[in-house]
Ligand binder design. Structure first.
Ligand SMILES: [Zn+2]
Length: 233
């Protein structure tokens, strides 16, 4: 059972569209697996939509429509006046819904995983491995924020470490444990410099990770662990 969810503030920023694509995708993927957060997102989206329509001006609606890639939809809206537009947007649930796309798969150390829908449009790079850890980069061009798919094979672990920045982990498959307990598919875990942990996966796992700074290993000889650090960051 999922026990780790994004904080309310994060879900709020997600609905407002204020988050970097990497974090936003993490929340969307969590919501695919978590009915509770899915419900919260739907409620907040409704509330914000209502609030923005109350303040809405014609130019807002024009901006909204010009974002559309669909020429037919644009043509349709061009033939309406602003009041009709608002009425039709609020009435219709599926007008801007994207067409269903086939789900992307990734193979790490001979194991294939079907990726969540939120990653459909993202480019997944080649994989690299050290020991029982494998990583495939997700190319998002977010400067110091780096996003990856990280696999721990059964018995794999990441040496004890802490962070200068933050580390977001969304468990997509399998499970892992650290000092705080066991994490399962769908768990959304945010750690910062106040946390120090040593994740171990008995059965193996696949995680979506977003980090904005290198890991700082807290035990052993740091230099020896550098290749692992650069695999994960
Ligand atoms: Zn949740």
């Amino acid at each position: 059972m999922i026990t780790h969810h994004p904080k309310f503030e994060l879900i709020h920023s997600f609905v407002k569209g204020d988050l970097p694509a990497s974090i936003s995708a993490g929340i969307a993927m969590h919501a695919e697996l978590c009915p509770q957060c899915q419900h919260q997102i739907a409620q907040l989206t409704d509330q914000m939509a209502e609030a923005s329509f109350e303040e809405s001006s014609t130019s807002d609606v024009t901006a909204l429509c010009s974002d559309s890639q669909d020429a037919t939809t644009e043509g349709y809206f061009a033939s309406l006046n602003a009041d009709d537009m608002i009425a039709s947007i609020t009435q219709s649930d599926d007008l801007f819904e994207a067409k269903p796309q086939p789900q992307q798969t990734v193979t790490l150390s001979d194991q294939s995983y079907v990726l969540p829908k939120a990653l459909n449009s993202m480019e997944v790079g080649k994989s690299a491995s050290i020991g029982r850890l494998s990583r495939a980069r997700i190319h998002l061009d977010e400067n110091e924020i780096r996003t990856s798919l990280l696999q721990m094979q059964p018995g794999g672990s990441v040496p004890e470490h802490t962070h200068k920045g933050f580390e977001l982990t969304l468990l997509l498959d399998g499970s892992f444990s650290d000092e705080k307990g066991k994490y399962v598919k769908g768990d959304f875990i945010v750690l910062d410099r106040s946390h120090q942990h040593h994740p171990v996966s008995e059965e193996g796992c696949l995680c979506y990770t977003v980090v904005n700074d290198a890991l700082h290993f807290t035990q052993g000889i740091n230099k020896l662990l550098n290749p692992i650090g650069s695999l994960i960051y």
